[in-house]
Design a protein around this ligand. Structure first.
Ligand code: MG
Length: 384
């Protein structure tokens, strides 16, 4: 990291286990990924943030590596405050101007929240996301006590954003009881903290039931997208016929720079279409000798990884092959199984259909095979 700029620290040092699970909750699966991976991706992908570091608990190195690979981390202390302090000490060497301090237990962090926090730091030393309290608030024990006015009351979330020098000094000067968050430490040292609009998606995951609620909130924020792909290759003698990732016995094969598997090429383009990320020719230029005779399975897997990198989930693939010969029926199930395996789907999420063109046109004359595909995915509404 270059000096200056904005750093982010994720506190993920908790030892609390999800009921029935063997791993602390920040490493438990949520919406298809380890919980910590959601906020890590959001912070790492934000254009203003140049360094993300994670504070983990003692002995959690392997769990972190399994969740996120080899990334910058520090071992935290016995309390949240000590873990943040360890993270700030590690970041101090980079002299960042600003730092966001976030709890891994709030996984669904979006870019607009980060934008609001950083904008507030232009005029304040600290900024927090918060939501007004909507429920009636009351004191009580065994029986109900008096109502507490909720006007001016907020539910405080993370990430909390600070000018680095101010929050680092507040941590070094802290002497009181364990604080509940960093913003209170900045206030105690005389700093001012702005309140910006929080996000319902940032609700903290504390109890086992919160996992199900968070999954449901995440699912509700997903949008369906579909995109098409189309490809044609010439049928020639002396080539193997690869279709849908399966080698098919035939007197001709498809000709092209790669293995010319029109079916996988059409599906690859359909997947790239769902994230508006160009086409197969852009990612794997035919001019590049690296792709001569290439197994088209790697094109498909790469497109799937690009969808996954955007948080997309592939729901369904529908493929139509257009040819006079060979007959597709006998190979339909092996194609479905192969395509599903490449995309980590179940075979019932892949449809393979075939048609002729009544002997009309190039396909009807047996000069080539065409393929068209539709991919349907779900992706976060923020990406839509
Ligand atoms: Mg092609």
């Amino acid at each position: 990291m270059t000096r200056g700029g904005t750093a982010a620290l994720i506190v993920a040092a908790g030892q609390g286990m999800r009921t029935g699970g063997a791993v602390p909750k920040q490493f438990a699966l949520l919406a298809g990924k380890p919980m910590i991976a959601h906020s890590y991706s959001a912070l790492a992908a934000h254009p203003a943030i140049s360094q993300v570091i994670v504070a983990i608990g003692p002995g959690q190195e392997d769990a972190l590596a399994a969740a996120l690979g080899d990334i910058a981390h520090v071992t935290g202390g016995a309390t949240r405050r000590a873990s943040v302090r360890a993270g700030l000490e590690a970041l101090a060497g980079y002299e960042p101007d600003r730092v966001l301090i976030h709890d891994a237990a709030r996984p669904f962090l979006t870019g607009p929240v980060i934008d609001r926090l950083l904008a507030a730091l232009d005029t304040q030393e600290g900024a927090i996301p918060a939501l007004p309290v909507a429920d009636t608030l009351a004191r009580g024990g065994e029986t109900l006590g008096e109502i507490v006015p909720r006007e001016g009351m907020y539910r405080v979330q993370t990430p909390q954003a600070f000018r680095f020098d101010a929050i680092f000094a507040a941590h070094k000067a802290w002497q009181g009881e364990e604080p509940t968050d960093d913003a209170q430490m900045l206030r105690a040292s005389g700093g001012t903290v702005a309140i910006v609009e929080g996000d319902m998606m940032l609700e903290k995951i504390t109890y086992p039931a919160d996992f199900a609620a968070a999954e449901a909130r995440h699912a509700a924020g997903m949008r369906v997208r579909s995109a098409t792909g189309f490809d044609v290759h010439r049928l020639v003698e002396g080539e193997e016929l690869w279709l849908g990732g399966v080698l098919i016995p035939h007197d001709k094969g498809l000709s092209g720079h790669s293995d010319a598997d029109v079916a996988l090429h059409a599906i690859t383009d359909a997947l790239l279409g769902t994230i508006a990320d160009g086409d197969i020719g852009m990612h794997f230029p035919p001019s590049d000798p690296k792709w001569r005779g290439a197994d088209s399975a790697q094109f498909l897997e790469h497109a799937a990884s690009l969808v996954a990198a955007q948080g997309g989930i592939i729901d369904f693939i529908d493929l139509t092959l257009i040819c006079e010969a060979p007959k597709i029926g006998p190979h339909r199930e092996s194609m479905r199984t192969r395509i599903a395996a490449l995309l980590r789907l179940k075979p019932n999420q892949v449809s393979v259909k075939a048609t002729t063109t009544e002997r009309l046109g190039f396909a009807g004359r047996g000069e080539g095979i065409a393929a068209q595909a539709i991919a349907t995915i779900r992706i976060s509404g923020d990406m839509a």
